[in-house]
Design a protein around this ligand. Structure first.
Ligand code: FES
Length: 179
């Protein structure tokens, strides 16, 4: 083997090494990109979920009686993977004045039963384990670990809108249930 051949072989070796380094760099970049897709999708998904929260129309504020809670049905629309789901929900509405309203989730914070307004006792009562709440949602007695859960509302052009949410039951903190 001549000196020139050795020099050529060295150059080839360098070129091959450079190629392998480049290839491994490209592969690493590709793997990072593929692994990163679910992460990016989850961030975008979370942002989309927040954006997809839509207020539902309940009723005209003027039709709600003062200090006499009523249970109203409404429809929620959720978009999941571009499929629209329409569900019927309900909530308890308490009006003190046209600009002073509270909307409660209909789910008892103890273990998730449905409570109701007792107009004789003027209390919300849950039939499952006898949790009792005031018209403001505060616990009077029973095992409920927290007050009734309020829902976000807004009033526009005399109409009451609510943002339906579900919360974890059986705990003192009001924590929204993730989908
Ligand atoms: S679920 Fe309402 S008191 Fe237990």
């Amino acid at each position: 083997m001549t000196e020139i051949d050795t020099e050529k072989d060295k150059k080839k070796e360098v070129t091959r090494r450079g190629f392998l380094i480049l290839l491994s760099g490209v592969l690493a970049g590709f793997i990072a990109f593929v692994l990163g897709i679910p992460f990016i999708a989850s961030i975008l998904g979370t942002a989309k979920k927040v954006k997809d929260k839509i207020f539902s129309r309940l009723t005209r504020v003027s039709t709600i009686p003062i200090l006499s809670p009523i249970n109203l049905n409404f429809e929620t629309t959720k978009t999941d993977a571009y499929i629209k789901n329409v569900e019927t929900q309900d909530a308890w509405v308490v009006k003190r004045a046209d600009t002073d309203l509270t909307v409660f989730s209909p789910i008892c914070p103890h273990l998730g039963c449905r409570y109701a307004w007792n107009s004789n006792q003027r209390l919300f009562i849950c039939p499952c384990h006898n949790s009792v709440f005031t018209i403001d949602g505060k616990v009077v007695s029973g095992p409920s670990p927290r007050a009734l859960d309020t829902l976000p509302i807004k009033i526009q052009h005399g109409e009451l809108y609510v943002l339906y949410e579900r919360f974890k039951v059986g705990i003192p903190q009001k924590i929204e249930v993730g989908d």
